[in-house]
Design a protein around this ligand. Structure first.
Ligand code: 3SK
Length: 521
């Protein structure tokens, strides 16, 4: 079990503590040609924290942070937390419609945004009920009429004492898509953020001050937040941030920043392998010591090919936004990693497999719902009905079907619900259906995940057309563009199949299971 004092502030633990203990000159963040030390980071966090306070942000207030993987994102999240607020990082691909729901649901007081991403905030702004201030980091000459990040920070004081937060005060809120299409706010405390580092990272990765964490998961994805903010800063190590990293950008960052812990998802590891089969000859990747993989299941094939080409083990693991980070994983010191399994419960967590209908614990070897218990757990913002389904007797139920093998290893089988997991993105089928249905040519639609070698699954739409319309490539393009323009583009159906009717149950519900099974045949 991991214990924390009653009063703890995650920003103080991740930044100030290192300065107090003499690590102020260590590099905290590598970004392009910049090296930001812990002392620099402390000053930037202090100035931003004071700037937010000067605008009236108080303890407990939610602040939206909307950036690509850049230092300002880390600085702003830590600044919000340092003054006792709750950082709400937003996925940069989200559109006004999605931002509108999330920001109003969280009742956020302010938005801090990169200028390239301000347009969707501007579109949503007339409907945002609680936002009092928008602060824009001006990096690309985008016109706006909000506060300037740089001007506020420059005018603010560089000294700031961390607010005396309690360990169970909220510090981070991350929205996750459910199958109903209405995103849910997963809430996390100062203690829980630290616990992800003090369980998974400490025991599975064994980091030291000399490590450099790097990769391409976006910071607003719980996986990226842990890998690229919490873990490196917890251990006085460094993080290498790369904005919109392509495989070549990642390889360059490994060479330039000396990345030791490479964090990504299977799709990206496969892209590195296919686009740079001779990567270790093109780039100096000798600094690498281990890889972390999550977001979707890692196949034995990818594990073996990466090991052969790059000489490191990819540690597969599974986490969720609600649990904040990985709770089942392989460990760096495993004598032999079995790539056909996801691994063992992370030290500090317990896992069991239960019957989905009765909740009874199942025998080893039987497949059922995974239930987990540990220092993090599922907790939603203002969604009591979802909360009741998600936690039973203190056990969180993430919604995945697993088998616990005789040796205690856990083997992933599938998702329980209709969530499509494509390239690490969670895409709720019903949300995409609702948007496809808006197209004038569409009469009915069902959206399911279809297996795909590189992406794990892709979004596939089965479409019944209105009378008088005919399926064509142009219509497929139109439907796809309509989804891309309405929702985050990664949600668009990469495959559209026109059909005469959809399979339905007696009560008229679409039998998505039948369509899913058909795709798997
Ligand atoms: O998808 C995962 O496996 C994951 C891992 C860590 C944190 C969050 C998520 C969704």
């Amino acid at each position: 079990e991991v214990h924390y004092p009653k009063h703890v502030n995650v920003a103080d633990e991740l930044v100030d503590r290192h300065v107090r203990e003499g690590r102020g000159d260590n590099v905290a963040i590598y970004f392009e040609d910049e090296e930001i030390t812990y002392a620099d980071l402390q000053e930037r966090v202090n100035r931003m924290g004071n700037a937010l306070r000067d605008l009236g942000i108080e303890a407990g207030d939610r602040v939206v942070v909307r950036f690509p993987n850049r230092p300002e994102a880390v600085v702003t999240c830590l600044a919000v937390q340092k003054i006792g607020g709750v950082a709400l990082p937003s996925m940069k691909l989200l559109r006004a419609k999605e931002l509108d729901y999330i920001i109003n649901n969280a009742e956020a007081k302010a938005v801090v945004v990169y200028d390239d991403l301000v347009d969707e905030i501007d579109k949503a702004l007339p409907d945002l009920e609680t936002v009092e201030n928008v602060i824009v980091a001006e990096r690309n000459d985008v016109d706006h009429d909000h506060h300037s990040y740089d001007e506020l920070v420059e005018a603010a004081d560089s000294e700031l004492e961390a607010y005396e937060t309690e360990r169970d005060d909220l510090a981070l809120m991350l929205y996750t898509s459910g199958t109903t299409g209405r995103p849910k706010g997963a809430i996390h405390t100062h203690r829980q953020i630290l616990a992800t580092a003090d369980t998974y990272a400490r025991y599975c990765l064994e980091p030291t001050e000399d490590d450099v964490f790097g990769g391409n998961p976006p910071l607003p994805f719980a996986y990226g937040y842990g890998d690229l903010v919490t873990f490196p800063l917890r251990f006085g190590a460094s993080t290498s941030l790369v904005e919109d990293a392509s495989p070549a950008d990642l390889l360059e960052a490994i060479e330039n920043h000396g990345i030791t812990v490479l964090c990504s998802i299977p799709t990206a590891f496969n892209q590195i392998l296919s686009q740079h089969p001779d990567g270790p000859e093109e780039y100096d990747v000798s600094s690498l010591r281990v890889g972390m993989s999550a977001g979707e299941p890692l196949t034995p094939n990818t594990f073996e090919n990466f090991e052969e080409a790059y000489g490191i083990d990819l540690l597969d693991g599974i986490g969720t936004t609600e649990m904040l980070h990985i709770f089942i994983s392989h460990r760096h010191d495993d004598e032999e990693i079995d790539p056909t399994a996801t691994g063992f419960p992370v030290p500090g967590y317990e896992a069991k497999i239960i019957d989905p209908d009765t909740g009874e614990e199942l025998e080893r070897g039987e497949s059922g719902l995974l239930a987990v218990r540990g220092p993090t757990g599922i907790e939603y913002w203002d969604r009591p009905e979802k909360q009741a389904d998600a936690v039973e007797d203190g056990w969180s139920i993430p919604g995945d079907i697993f088998v616990m093998r005789e040796d205690g290893r856990l083997e992933y089988k599938s998702r329980r619900d209709d969530l499509i997991i494509s390239s690490g993105y969670n895409i709720p089928g019903p949300e995409v259906e609702a948007v496809v249905e808006e197209h004038e040519a569409v009469s009915e639609v069902a959206v399911v995940g279809s297996p795909h070698e590189e992406r794990g699954e892709i979004v596939k739409a089965f479409v019944v057309l209105e009378e008088g319309h005919e399926g064509s490539d142009d219509l497929v393009d139109e439907i796809q563009n309509h989804v891309k323009n309405t929702l985050a583009p990664y949600k668009y159906p990469r495959d559209v199949e026109f059909c005469q009717s959809l399979p339905r149950t007696e009560t008229g519900k679409i039998r998505r299971t039948e369509l899913r099974d058909q795709e798997r045949e």
